[in-house]
Design a protein around this ligand. Structure first.
Ligand code: SF4
Length: 367
């Protein structure tokens, strides 16, 4: 089936991916932030342990030609989203606020069905793995000198719902992503092939794409998107991106901060039902500039595609492990390093441009 999403059919999904390679496709895979601190649980390791390089090694052992990091897509997502918020701040018109994040598909579906009046405020920017898919197809195709259609893009995600995003297409008709496997499915597939993450060699992300920032990695834990947005805004305003930290595991978390000439009031929520508390505050006159809503406990680290059984302790350990993994990287925000700039440069487009919208925004969404 053309838009097959392989729910409850993991064997067919593994076979489809293996067939891609047999059919001459260049197989590219990306790893979501939350996966690196949870895949180990499938192989007896502790939740929260950062196994980034082991996960890359495992995917290389499974036959992928290139492994890339979803946080690179998160870097582009937050750069475009910060430009959108900045534009709204400069217009100083209440009708543009609050801006809601778009990267959580669970939240987008909830908003569309339960609060359709708010949907116009949800950012139009595609989710990080879709952007990474677009980068993987367009930038790698250029660098490898092959047509975009030759690249097959696979995402390893903590989220079952992300499988629906394989239905989304760019204006050119190309899919951002061809297949999505959950963290648990990656564990199943590796075991079927006799692979154990404890025994594979460390691998390296493809050298054809730049490394991501710390902010791209913290996307996977609650508050990460908001921190990334604020530190990117600080960077644009000529301030240190390090001045902003928005850590902590509270279900509803507030911050009021001055960046450049802008006073921002932001809130992050996990568990969509907590949104009602924030909507109630808005009704009573509280003004927010940015609202981050993540469907799952502690953010994507608590996603439904993660290893089972789930527990509060595991969510917390993964969130803390992910923030530590981020802090070991160089470069706080996407603009603090050459990474994101080199993506725009390779594509010959500008940030916030119409061409960037074509490659990095949702188009006629199918969900
Ligand atoms: S928070 Fe949950 S539903 Fe939302 S994108 Fe992450 S894993 Fe998916």
């Amino acid at each position: 089936m053309e838009d097959e999403i392989y729910l409850n059919k993991p064997d067919e999904l593994f076979a489809a991916i293996e067939n891609g390679k047999k059919n001459g496709k260049i197989m590219v895979v990306q790893i979501a932030p939350a996966v690196r601190v949870s895949i180990g649980e499938e192989f007896g390791r502790a939740p929260g342990e950062d196994l980034t390089h082991k996960t890359v090694g495992l995917l290389q052992a499974l036959g992928f030609d290139h492994v890339m990091d979803t946080p690179l897509g998160a870097d582009v997502n937050i750069y475009e989203e910060t430009l959108e918020v900045l534009h709204a701040l400069e217009r100083d018109d209440e009708k543009y606020f609050p801006v809601f994040n778009s990267c959580c598909i669970g939240w987008r579906l909830y908003c569309k069905n339960k609060h359709p009046e708010l949907y116009r405020l949800v950012s139009p920017i595609a989710s990080p793995h879709m952007i990474a898919g677009s980068i993987g197809k367009h930038v790698l195709a250029k660098k490898l000198g092959v047509p975009v259609e030759k690249i097959c893009m696979v995402s390893i995600m903590p989220c079952v719902l992300k499988k629906y995003e394989t239905r989304e297409r760019l204006p050119s008709g190309i899919k951002y992503i061809d297949y999505v496997l959950t963290t648990h499915e990656l564990g199943m597939w590796a075991k079927k092939k006799g692979l154990d993450i404890n025994r594979v060699r460390d691998g390296k992300f493809t050298a054809l794409l730049p490394d991501s920032s710390k902010d791209g990695v913290i996307f996977g834990a609650t508050g990460g998107i908001t921190e990334a947005l604020l530190s990117t805004l600080a960077c644009i305003c000529g301030e240190s991106p390090e001045k902003v930290r928005f850590r902590g595991d509270e279900q509803v978390k507030h911050l009021c901060v001055q960046i450049g000439k802008h006073q921002l009031n932001v809130v992050s929520i996990y568990g969509v039902t907590n949104l009602d508390k924030v909507l109630d505050e808005i009704k009573h006159g509280v003004k927010y500039h940015f609202v981050e809503v993540m469907n799952c406990p502690y953010g994507c680290v608590g996603g439904p595609g993660q290893p089972l059984p789930a527990s509060e302790e595991k969510y917390r350990a993964r969130a803390h492990g992910l923030r530590k993994a981020a802090d070991r990287k160089q470069g706080k925000c996407p603009l603090g390093k050459m990474g994101v700039h080199s993506i725009y440069e390779a594509l010959g487009i500008g940030p916030g441009s119409r061409e960037a919208q074509e490659l990095f925004f949702f188009h006629k969404t199918n969900i």
